[in-house]
Each structure stands twice: as structure tokens, then as C-alpha cells.
Design a protein around this ligand. Structure first.
Ligand SMILES: Nc1ncnc2c1ncn2[C@@H]1O[C@H](COP(=O)(O)OP(=O)(O)OP(=O)(O)O)[C@@H](O)[C@H]1O
Length: 244
């Protein structure tokens, strides 16, 4: 039997005036799948994510999560979804721990103390637990934004460059954690990255965007074979150079 997708995007389009940032893209994400969104700067990755999160309204097309239409079941859907990105803002005068409590309260979570302890441990933030957010390094801040996303125990996680400012050790741990969450709780993850090795290592499938259009879709191996290149990095360079 085919499992229904947790996310289904049909002919999704976003125009900013005359400019088309996302051009009628369609794809699905299965439960427990890690889907990588790849593409050169300006390809439309962030715009796509923002539509999926209900932060900007699509010009046309449809987004369904858990079989429900986002446009008409926003609250219900967004309760089960979370995201992390470096451009989200948070109260900088509050400590790491206080920030997590704020999120937990906003979402009306129960068992907050356990959840906060749990996430602080998972993301190895014990030492910065009582540090105010303003004083965090960029990698520590990235971990805090990830912690906020994990805290609500979402079914779908959208991550915009989750490991961008992390050192290789922490980045490795975060990737391991994401894979473990997917394994243990069936979490589905859609993420962007400019790190090709990470894409190859993490993604069950990759969607390659160029100028708002899907130009390739499949496993890293399939995409590399289709383009007849040595690895994903070479495919990326080929596509990116075509779009300039
Ligand atoms: N609010 C906006 N108004 C006008 N154009 C926009 C707006 N937001 C994004 N764009 C344009 O849409 C295109 C896609 O941008 P987007 O941020 O989605 O790209 P991206 O794939 O996330 O790129 P990057 O890798 O640089 O993060 C870009 O050309 C961008 O300039």
C-alpha cells in the first residue's frame, strides 16, 4: 500500500510583481523522509519554504499537509509543523532557557521542564543554558533556533540552512540528531543547504531548483548519474553556471 504523503505541493507559484520567484513547482514528501532543497542563490528555496510555512501567500497552486489544504486549515497544520532558520528573531535579553520556555508557553505545551531539559541535552547546550541570547556566538544561536523547532515535537520540520554556521563537529552531531529523530519519531524534514556533502549524506531525495523551476529530482546518486558528473558538487556547478 502507498503511504499518503505528509506534504504535497501542486503547481506552486510565487510572483513578486512581474518577477516569478517560484514557477509552478510540484513535489511530495513522504512520512519520515529527509528531502533536500538545493539550488543556486536566488533559485527560490527560501520563497518556497516561506509559502510552506504560511508566511507568504502563493500567487497560485496548492499546498497540502497531512491531507489538509494549508490555505483553509492553517492553525491545525501549523501546530504540527516547525521551522528553523538563521533569520528568525527572538528576545535577545532572555537566556537560552527562558527563550525555550517562551516558545513552550506560546504553543501551550505541557511537561515543559522535561522538554526543555531534554532538548538542552540533545543539542549539548548545558553550558549556555543560562546565557542571554544576545551573547551567543552564531553557532550557539543556530543551536537555539534548532532547539526551538524541536521543542514542539513537530511532524514536519523545515530547516533553512540548519548547519550553516556550525563547526564541523557540531554540524555532524546535528545531522546525526536529525536522522535519529526521523528514525525514532518518523519526523519528516525539508531542508536547504549549500553543503553538497551534507546533501549527499542526509537527503533521501533531493529537489534541485534553478530559477524557480525543478530541474532535477531524485536521490543524490540518481541526479549525479543523470547529469553524467562525478558528484553533486559538479552537478551544482554545472547548473549554477547555466543560470548566470
Ligand atoms: N519580497 C520579495 N520581493 C521581490 N523579490 C523577491 C522577494 N523575495 C525574494 N525575491 C526574489 O526571488 C528570488 C528567489 O529568492 P529566494 O530567497 O527564494 O532564493 P534562495 O533560493 O533562497 O536563495 P539563497 O540561496 O540566496 O538563500 C530572488 O531573485 C529574490 O531576489
Amino acid at each position: 500500500m502507498m503511504t499518503p504523503p505528509v506534504l504535497s505541493v501542486t503547481k506552486l507559484r510565487k510572483q513578486f510583481g512581474e518577477f516569478t520567484a517560484v514557477q509552478d513547482i510540484s513535489f511530495v514528501m513522504k512520512p519520515g523522509e529527509i528531502l533536500g532543497l538545493l539550488g543556486p542563490n536566488g533559485a527560490g528555496k527560501t520563497t518556497t519554504m516561506q509559502m510552506l510555512l504560511g508566511l507568504i501567500t502563493p500567487t497560485s497552486g496548492s499546498i497540502q499537509m497531512f491531507g489538509l489544504e494549508l490555505a483553509s486549515h492553517r492553525e491545525e497544520i501549523l501546530q504540527q509543523v516547525n521551522f528553523s532558520s538563521t533569520y528568525i528573531s527572538m528576545p535577545l535579553a532572555l537566556t537560552v532557557e527562558e527563550n525555550l520556555w517562551v516558545v513552550a508557553r506560546l504553543y501551550g505545551l505541557t511537561d515543559i521542564e522535561r522538554r526543555v531539559d531534554d532538548i538542552v541535552k540533545k543539542l549539548e547546550m548545558e553550558e549556555i543554558r543560562r546565557k542571554v541570547a544576545r551573547k551567543l556566538s552564531s553557532g550557539q544561536m543556530t543551536r537555539l533556533t534548532l532547539a526551538k523547532a524541536f521543542l514542539t515535537e513537530p511532524k514536519i520540520l523545515f530547516l533553512d540552512e540548519p548547519t550553516a554556521s556550525l563547526d564541523p563537529d557540531i554540524a555532524h552531531k546535528i545531522r546525526a540528531l536529525l536522522k535519529e529523530e526521523r528514525r525514532s519519531s518518523g519526523l519528516s524534514i525539508l531542508y536547504t543547504s549549500h553543503n553538497m556533502r551534507e546533501m549527499e549524506d542526509m537527503s533521501d531525495r533531493i529537489i534541485f531548483l534553478q530559477r524557480g523551476t525543478i530541474v532535477a529530482e531524485g536521490t543524490a546518486r540518481e541526479i549525479v548519474a543523470r547529469f553524467g558528473e562525478a558528484d553533486l558538487e559538479e552537478v551544482f556547478l554545472k547548473i549554477a553556471r547555466e543560470s548566470r
